[in-house]
Design a protein around this ligand. Structure first.
Ligand SMILES: Nc1ncnc2c1ncn2[C@@H]1O[C@H](COP(=O)(O)OP(=O)(O)OP(=O)(O)O)[C@@H](O)[C@H]1O
Length: 249
């Protein structure tokens, strides 16, 4: 539990599973996310991290389990209804539309939310692009940008609708160290504004630096959770992900 466990969790997963035929990509995961905190999921390739994000966004149908957002069950809603609840996601591989400008791509993030929520948005598309560092390339096409810049455009598109929960799937993949640090800075700034964030990353130092709470995943199951330093030091996490050599470090 994460300290403020007397409150209703923003996201509550109870014993969820996603099986693809015989592959138990996610198998019996229960977790709570609380408002305003930064969470991370670490685990080896194929441990089920992206599938878990896909379960939350309803792209991957559940084999079993219950999901609640702000106390309300959303286990069987359609994917667009999850966006309307206020959940936004970036993908592991950049998914931008290349025959549209950067600005149009960011605008798409506004178009995914319900009209009620749209009316409540406090930042404009241009303000968000400025904040994420893509304002200068607003008229360019995604393919004209570096990979790091494309990822920023994705983040801008995800946050422009002011989601209550932001799911970030390897947002620093393909970035250099300076760009990674900028993403960490951006995540901290978003936290100050009250965003709840769930990060999937392979950059362990970044996870420890930026996350309040970590989950360790292996073969579809959660094998550890808690304070980031404790999770990174956990023996089962080291065995399954960081390697035995790291365990001796
Ligand atoms: N659509 C699918 N159909 C069948 N199997 C799938 C599908 N998506 C994922 N899998 C399998 O589910 C397991 C978990 O995959 P997933 O992509 O969630 O892992 P991951 O932890 O995100 O890995 P990575 O760190 O490489 O991104 C893997 O065995 C993968 O091959």
């Amino acid at each position: 539990m994460t300290g403020d466990d007397r409150q209703v969790p923003l996201l509550e997963l109870t014993d969820i599973a996603v099986h693809f035929g015989g592959v138990k990509a996610v198998d019996g995961v229960s977790l709570d996310l609380h408002q305003g905190r930064i969470y991370g999921i670490m685990g080896a390739n194929g441990s089920g991290k992206s599938t878990l994000l896909g379960a939350i966004t309803r792209l991957n149908p559940l084999t079993r389990g219950i999901m609640r957002f702000d106390g309300r069950e959303f286990t069987t809603v359609r994917p667009h209804a999850v966006a309307h609840l206020g959940v936004a996601r970036t993908f592991q591989t950049v998914r931008l539309i290349d025959d549209r400008t950067v600005r149009d791509n960011v605008q798409l993030g506004v178009d995914t939310v319900s009209r009620d929520r749209r009316d409540q948005l406090t930042s404009t598309v241009d303000e968000v692009m400025e904040r994420v560092g893509v304002a200068a390339v607003a008229r360019m096409r995604p393919s004209e940008l570096s990979y790091g810049m494309q990822r920023r455009v994705e983040i801008a598109r995800a946050i422009v609708a002011c989601p209550r929960l932001l799911l970030l799937d390897e947002p620093t993949a393909g970035m250099n160290t300076a760009e990674r640090d900028e993403v960490s800075e951006l995540m901290r700034a978003l936290q100050v504004e009250g965003f709840t964030q769930l990060l999937v990353e392979h950059d362990v130092p970044m996870m420890v630096d930026v996350c309040d709470y970590l989950f360790g995943m292996n073969q579809g199951e959660l094998i550890a959770q808690g304070d980031p330093e404790a999770v990174v030091a956990d023996e089962a996490v080291r065995e399954s992900y960081l390697g035995k050599a790291a365990g001796n470090a």
